[in-house]
Design a protein around this ligand. Structure first.
Ligand code: 13P
Ligand code: 13P
Ligand code: MG
Ligand code: MG
Length: 383
């Protein structure tokens, strides 16, 4: 209906997977689908598309209930619960991994699943791109988002499209303090980069067009480590980006992903690796549980209905990127347990460091004591 606001909600959770953290089992997708079919029949949601990237089950839904709608979040929660039941029956790996609470309390945020939602008045033609990544964290989208909405060497439209020429506002979340700051591009570019270059802490949460504050992008930011008070799995992120007609063109939205930049979250949530763009057919995790991968699905939204998707990275145009990602994979893997392949101690999902330090506590001596070998050096042989 003209003027009515439509909402697109992408809600994801790892509810268990087949053969380790490799990929979602089709029977769990079916179980979640049944819940969404029912919700559609009851008019709760207008349309939906279910898929998976690696071991993360992805619910893409449109509706007219706005962001943070209890009804929508409860629907997603129920879908994940039903999928988890099947995962448990099949003995899937880490069944129910991201469902941290037993009871739904009105909002899915803070309960484990990741959420990206935006509400807007539909344009006559409304292209959106939904990005979904596995084995990484929400800050993995910092660099691409900066390029899409602030870098004229990526997005020609910033320079030559009058509707974008004023620039964009970036909302940045400090996940440790739970605070948000807004920065205006291009004037505050250096301040923005000073923050978002630390993607484990400062996450681009939303981007708005400066001229009219229309929303352009939103990223999920529920960081499981902070939710659960400890690491229980990297928060594999999702992102929604609007394109064309006053926003970056789809080609400008995809372009940053032609560089497979290093992201955190590979193997045991504790390593850096290249982010490899893939089509849905390759959205599964193998080598060292990776490498981290991202899928981009393009939709049109018409009268609140999802039209599509187009599997945008399923294209030879990204073959060279994937090849580069393989080369980087080999290069990073050769570092084994060394940083910067391994994450810094404060970010690792698995660590033995406190135990090792405890065990060696008595054996650490003050440096002034010098080196006193326990064993006498063998005598020099006489000639
Ligand atoms: P719009 O003016 O519709 O955004 O189209 C720009 C474009 O796609 C050029 O490549
Ligand atoms: P997920 O966070 O995707 O479940 O992966 C966990 C892991 O440790 C893979 O090596
Ligand atoms: Mg998993
Ligand atoms: Mg995952």
């Amino acid at each position: 209906m003209a003027g009515e606001k439509v909402t697109i909600s992408v809600i994801k959770a790892d509810i268990g997977s087949i053969a380790g953290h490799h990929k979602v089992h089709p029977d769990t997708i079916l179980a979640a689908s049944r819940v969404l079919v029912e919700a559609k029949k009851r008019g709760v949601i207008k349309s939906f598309y279910i898929t998976h990237v690696g071991d993360d089950l992805q619910l893409i839904m449109t509706h007219f209930k706005g962001v943070d709608s209890p009804e929508i979040h409860e629907t997603a929660w129920k879908a994940f619960q039903e999928a988890t039941k099947v995962a448990k029956d099949l003995g899937l790996y880490a069944a129910g991994q991201d469902l941290l609470s037993d009871a739904f309390s009105g909002n899915i945020r803070g309960m484990g699943p990741g959420v990206a939602e935006m509400e807007f008045v539909e344009r006559p033609s409304e292209p959106v791109v939904v990005f979904m990544a596995d084995k990484t964290e929400p800050g993995a989208f910092n660099m691409p988002l900066y390029r899409i909405f602030a870098d004229p060497f990526n997005t020609a439209g910033l320079v030559i499209d009058p509707r974008m020429h004023d620039g964009f506002i970036f909302q940045v979340l400090d996940v440790y303090e739970g605070k948000i700051v807004e920065l205006s591009m291009p004037e505050e570019m250096y301040d923005l980069l000073a923050l978002i270059g630390t993607p484990s802490r400062y996450i681009i949460k939303r981007v708005f067009r400066k001229s009219d504050r229309e929303i352009g992008a939103v990223v999920s930011s529920e960081r499981l480590s902070l939710i659960a008070g400890r690491y229980v799995g990297k928060d594999d992120p999702v992102m929604i980006v609007r394109a064309q007609s006053g926003f970056p063109a789809v080609g400008e939205v995809l372009e940053p992903f032609s560089f497979p930049h290093l992201v955190a979250g590979w193997m045991r949530g504790s390593h850096h690796g290249p982010l490899m763009p893939v089509g849905l057919k390759d959205a599964k995790m193998t080598r060292f549980d990776g490498p981290p991968r991202v899928v981009a699905l393009g939709f049109q939204i018409k009268n609140g209905e999802l039209i599509g998707p187009a599997d945008l990275f399923d294209d030879p145009a990204f073959d060279e990127t994937r090849r580069t990602a393989q080369v980087i994979t080999d290069y990073m893997r050769r570092h084994g347990p060394f940083m910067p392949h391994r994450l810094g101690p404060e970010e690792m999902e698995y660590t033995t460091l406190p135990d090792v330090l405890e065990k060696l506590k008595q054996r650490f001596k003050p440096v002034e004591m010098g080196y006193k070998p326990h064993v006498k050096a063998p005598e020099e042989p006489h000639d």
